[in-house]
Design a protein around this ligand. Sequence first.
Ligand code: NAD
Length: 260
Amino acid sequence: MNAHDLKGRVVVVTGGAGLLGQCFAKAIAIAGGLPVLADVRLDAAEDCSRQINETIGEEQSCAIGIDITDKQSITKAIDEIKSRFGRIDALVSNAYPRNEKYGRRFEDVAFSDFCENVSLHLGGYFLAAQQFASFFKEQGDGHIITMASVYGIVAPRFEIYENTEMTMPVEYAAIKSALIHLNKYMLHYFRGSGIRFNCLSPGGILDHQPKPFMEKYNSFAQSKGMLSPEDLTSTLLFLLSEKSKYLNGQNIVVDDGWSV
Ligand SMILES: NC(=O)c1ccc[n+]([C@@H]2O[C@H](COP(=O)([O-])OP(=O)(O)OC[C@H]3O[C@@H](n4cnc5c(N)ncnc54)[C@H](O)[C@@H]3O)[C@@H](O)[C@H]2O)c1
């Protein structure tokens, strides 16, 4: 038996075609679960799902189109998944919607872009949670795992971005801290419904960042520093498994000690 046996568990991973989403989906499939890679880029999600199935030699994963900012798209996806599998065990809310102006320095963020990015990401996570929670309530159980971030709990370390094109977007701080609190709100609101709510907050994830940034980032960590997507999977699988069934309302930080 796999250390985190997810045999037959249907797990919807939004942003399933992204950096973390595809890694999560693969780990879920290897643990015996049935990941649904739900992404606004359906073709990319289908490619990722095909690769996962080829790697493990079984038709374990599947892809579905979803836009977390569109209620109809979410309910349609829930209906399709329900009719295919009969149930849904968990939602990993992991999409990363942002507009093309996202990532500018504080002084350069237009009010309209701030509002749009908060609306897409925080609003989209709210909408997906609202629709899945109502499905889970009727089903009698379920689990919503929200991808937050260390930047939802600590102040930005702006010095690590010096001499790079990077910054820590102001919207991100507002969004991720709000998501961690929304997690607690939902836990209390749905008390007794059988639904679990938890956040997973990674530190920085390796994705071809510039060397000066990496060196400064790593100087605040304990051993590895920037993590790979694979470094998060055992924590996610634990959260998804029966072994964590009384872990509820928490924000689990996986960052090699960076935020402490
Ligand atoms: N990568 C990191 O360093 C890091 C660190 C901490 C937290 N996180 C969080 O992890 C999550 C995933 O991040 P990532 O780096 O894998 O992002 P990514 O950009 O690699 O992937 C995001 C995916 O979301 C999809 N998406 C965008 N808008 C969508 C929408 N409206 N509906 C459905 N899907 C949509 C994209 O098509 C893409 O496949 C995010 O919540 C992010 O904030 C990432």
